[in-house]
Design a protein around this ligand. Structure first.
Ligand code: WAQ
Ligand code: MG
Length: 258
């Protein structure tokens, strides 16, 4: 979706649907594009593609919300989590500079977890993860569980689905995400080892910085990884634990899921 004053990209979203759900899904996307907090679009593009292959099925990452009351605390928490996942300080610094940049990417940056070097071929666009979805029944389960914790929103569901696809790749150690929406100040770090860790106050109110960084093994076949992220259809077919209330980062680091 594009905004009026410039060629500014406002928002994007994607999903995998059964044919019978298409009309409802299109209506939902159109409504979201027309009512986005970042402004009124002068162009909305909706693209439909038939999947030629069966999607890979994976279970959603477990979810928890960490206790983080300031941006300084959030920064420390992010660093502790990433360090515990063996991500080097260089890589963390690269990640922070990508997300703090004045020229935000539409996609994500891929960063070597050891050297901190950016590995994506197109550095101005980044890598756009697509072909992800969740079955109707599991969407209902997920909504019900998230509702119990007061976090049943499209933003959380979509981020969790995206993060699950990304974390499912064997070469991805962790993802750091901060929304580019100035009003949305909760971000996350997601990984196979620790699940989807929500971090409140990851940025200040009104800030339009944001982005996604995937920290990967140094030996990753980048072409194959990008092909997986952009093209391989992945469907969520299971919901994991959602922890109650605010959790201290120590609790998570002391007893990882795997
Ligand atoms: N693939 C790769 N990168 C993407 C994609 C995608 N499909 N979509 C967005 N990005 C990048 C892009 O650089 C955006 O600027 C940035 O991520 C943020 O995107 O649990 O809303 O859609 O409360 O603003 C996370 C917290 C919300 C949810 C994330 O991201 C929660 C969010 P946004
Ligand atoms: Mg956004």
């Amino acid at each position: 979706m594009r905004g009026s004053s410039s060629d500014l990209h406002i928002t994007g979203a994607e999903g995998i649907y059964m044919e019978s759900e298409l009309m409802k899904a299109i209506k939902n996307y159109a409504k979201r594009a027309l009512t986005h907090s970042k402004g009124k679009p002068d162009k909305i593009v909706i693209t439909l593609e038939e999947l030629k292959e069966n999607p890979l099925v994976v279970k959603a990452l477990p979810v928890c919300t960490l206790n983080s009351t300031s941006t300084a605390e959030a920064k420390r928490i992010v660093r502790r989590i990433l360090r515990s996942l063996e991500i080097s300080m260089n890589a963390i610094k690269t990640g922070q500079s990508v997300i703090g940049s004045r020229k935000p990417l539409r996609g994500a940056s891929i960063v070597s977890k050891d050297t901190g070097i950016r590995l994506e071929p197109d550095r101005s666009r980044g890598v756009r993860v697509s072909r992800i979805g969740i079955g109707k029944t599991f969407r209902r389960h997920l909504s019900a569980r998230l509702s119990r914790h007061g976090i049943n929103t499209d933003t959380v569901k979509e981020a969790l689905i995206l993060a699950t696809k990304i974390a499912s790749h064997p070469d991805v150690r962790a993802e750091l995400c901060i929304s580019d929406d100035p009003d949305y100040t909760t971000g996350y770090v997601a990984s196979k080892n620790l699940g989807y860790l929500r971090i409140p106050n990851i940025k200040s109110h009104g800030s339009s910085l944001g982005g996604r960084v995937f920290f990967v093994n140094e030996t990753t076949d980048i072409k194959a990884l990008i092909e997986y992220l952009e093209l391989c259809p992945v469907l969520i077919n299971g919901v994991s634990e959602i922890k109650k209330g605010m959790v201290l980062v120590n609790e998570i680091l002391d007893s990882p899921y795997r």
